[in-house]
Design a protein around this ligand. Sequence first.
Ligand code: 0O2
Length: 226
Amino acid sequence: MTEEMKPWRDLLLVHKFAAEEVYLKLQILDEEFRSIHDYNPIEHIKYRVKKPNSIIDKLQRRGYEPTIENARKYIYDIAGIRIICAFTADIYKVYELIKNQDDLEVVEIKDYIASPKENGYMSLHVHVEVPVFLSSGAVKIRIEIQIRTIAMDFWASLEHKIYYKYRNQAPEHITRRLKICADMITTLDSRMLQIKEEISEFDFVTDTLDKKVIEAIHLEPIEEDE
Ligand code: 0O2
């Protein structure tokens, strides 16, 4: 590795540590939530560290010199975590879990669900600072957590491919159809949530029924034949 590559390696390494710390934390929160509430708000989690070329690209698109200092200063998603949930309501539950962590400081939120981007992009972006403990001491690293539903993720990955294919010059008929799909996703997510809530009511009724029957059995034990 050449001397000029080393600062890039160090930058990416510290962001990888930050992503790994938060990833592990989220897995623990998910498992705990699942066992206490018998419900999992998270479908799956993945993380990635941006490659130097994408960082340089992003800096140049923003009009900054492609330096390590500028990457540290202006690029907030060098480390990115993506949390996929089944339902929109789960996104905000997961956000609450993140907010309640003492060692994570929420520094910025972009709610592209309440206010989708013009192209139809939806996701909740939460920027957090996490301390990473190195041999030289602790450093605070900012990472981006994107939280979205399965349907929003499906849309975003197709849109991302199209964006890169056409370099932001996608034909109008494609962007129009993508926007229509985004609107369909909003409808789909909200209908799925309604169904889930109805099912939960049914579960509640049957669980209560089970509970009542069990209680009744304990209160009035069946007497054995004499
Ligand atoms: P990649 O290839 O996914 O890494 P900011 O400095 O915060 O104002 P930034 O970083 O553009 O500007 O913030 P934003 O809006 O939070 O976007 C960060 C990331 O969110 C993007 O990273 C994408 O991953 C995702 N994203 C944002 N808008 C869109 C969109 O319209 N479509 C899709 N598919 N993804 C989007 P990168 O570096 O752009 O891309």
